[in-house]
Design a protein around this ligand. Structure first.
Ligand SMILES: [Zn+2]
Length: 407
């Protein structure tokens, strides 16, 4: 089968992150979530050529950063070619891919960064939709969609047995991983295996292209807004890096949810883009904008969707209202800003981490698609056989909207 995959690990030192313990698995989850705005943040923060992960987990992350800056392109390790068809374990389904989408997670995998050890060939891709063509040996779960169903894959694989998994908090599972991490094949292939329990049935009105955009970027945005920040209609949120994937998703979901958006971006074109996406105010992303935000909102925003980290942290803390919340799903511009703890305790600011989203939330997003309330922003649709160009666009941060790959 045709697949897009990591063909080689560039440097054994780079796999050190992959050897990290379960604590790092969580950050990999966030890695996929923040994927899209890494490219944005790289542009925004002028962080240079190398797309580097700086989520602040310590020396391995720093090592990655320096290696990335030093040099070789992760795109050199991207291969698009024939691989044997993967095994289908009991309880798993084989999906004939109709559409998948790229995330910055795929670039990190090419760089050797993963929550699990990587052994090439590693098929890339977290997000995918298509048709169920087979189930693995043994009994098929009662809730599994019939063969031939159009489905979307939930990218988070967890143990399904621990207390967190059983209570619908699979993101907190100690054994959590994403499609395309470790032994799990990704979605960027003519066929991809996925646990049957991870399939979301798609109504006729939902195209695979739209569905394939949901699994990482939109899911991350949704979880930040409605699980972590618990936003309600009439609230105001602040988002940085207006053209990043999660930022775009936040702006679209906020419009549906009756939430006002203030966006920041480094240049006028991006601020105009944010206004075109429905932002009520678009400002420069420097600390001086806090005064304007405080004035505009009469005391601060209800919530900040923080994905950039160090370059925007002070602006976030100065823009949020007392008892407001700063939700962090990425730190692409740096993971160790000055904490400003006096401001945090004096104004009773709440700070919450966020990674990906739940299966239930993904179903809600499909509901928004089915009711035609949400129409994801798609940059381009590219056949898998020539997907290298789409990867290059992602790496260079030139996309606006999702890069969709079709079989
Ligand atoms: Zn579990």
């Amino acid at each position: 089968m045709l697949a897009a995959y990591l063909s080689a690990v560039a440097d054994p030192a780079m796999t050190r992150v992959a050897d990290a313990s379960a604590g790092d698995a969580g950050s990999a989850g966030s890695a996929s979530g923040t994927a899209e705005h890494q490219s944005s943040a790289t542009r925004e923060a002028s962080a240079g050529e190398g797309v580097t992960r700086q989520s602040g987990e310590g020396t391995a992350g720093k090592e990655m950063a320096s290696k990335g800056a030093a040099g070789s392109s992760p795109l050199d390790r991207l291969a698009i070619g024939q691989l044997p068809e993967p095994d289908l374990p009991p309880g798993w389904a084989m999906v004939k891919m109709a559409a998948a989408s790229l995330n910055h997670h795929d670039i990190w995998t090419l760089q050797g960064v993963s929550s699990r050890p990587i052994s090439p060939p590693q098929v890339l891709g977290c997000d995918g939709a298509g048709t169920v063509v087979a189930y693995g040996p043994g009994p098929v779960p009662a809730t599994a969609p019939p063969l031939g169903s159009s489905v979307l894959a939930y990218p988070v694989i967890s143990c399904r047995e621990c207390a967190n998994c059983r209570s619908g908090n699979e993101l907190l599972c100690r054994d959590v991983a994403l499609l395309s991490e470790g032994k799990y094949q990704g979605t960027l292939a003519e066929q991809f295996p996925v646990p049957a329990a991870n399939l979301v049935m798609l109504p006729d009105t939902v195209t695979p292209t739209a569905a394939a955009c949901m699994g990482t970027t939109y899911l991350t945005a949704y979880h930040m807004m409605y699980d972590r920040a618990r936003l309600v209609p009439g609230n105001t949120l602040l988002i940085h890096g207006a053209t990043g994937g999660v930022a775009v998703a936040v702006m679209q979901l906020a419009k549906i949810g009756g939430i006002s958006v203030i966006a920041t971006a480094r240049n006028e074109a991006k601020r105009q883009f944010a206004l075109s996406m429905g932002a009520v105010l678009a400002l420069e992303s420097d600390t001086a904008s806090a005064r304007e935000i405080q004035k505009f909102t009469a005391g601060g925003v209800d919530a900040v969707m923080e994905t950039v980290g160090a370059p925007t942290w002070e602006l976030s803390l100065r823009s949020v209202k007392p008892d407001g919340i700063v939700v962090v799903s990425g730190a692409t511009g740096g993971g160790n800003p000055a904490a400003m703890l006096q401001r945090v305790f004096w104004r009773q600011i709440r700070i919450a981490g966020s990674t990906m989203g739940t299966f239930q939330e993904l179903n809600r997003l499909v509901g928004l698609l089915a009711r035609r309330q949400l129409d994801p922003l798609v940059d381009s649709i590219t056949p898998l056989s020539v997907a290298a160009g789409a990867f290059a666009k992602l790496y260079q941060g030139q996309q606006s909207g999702k890069l969709v790959i079709i079989a």
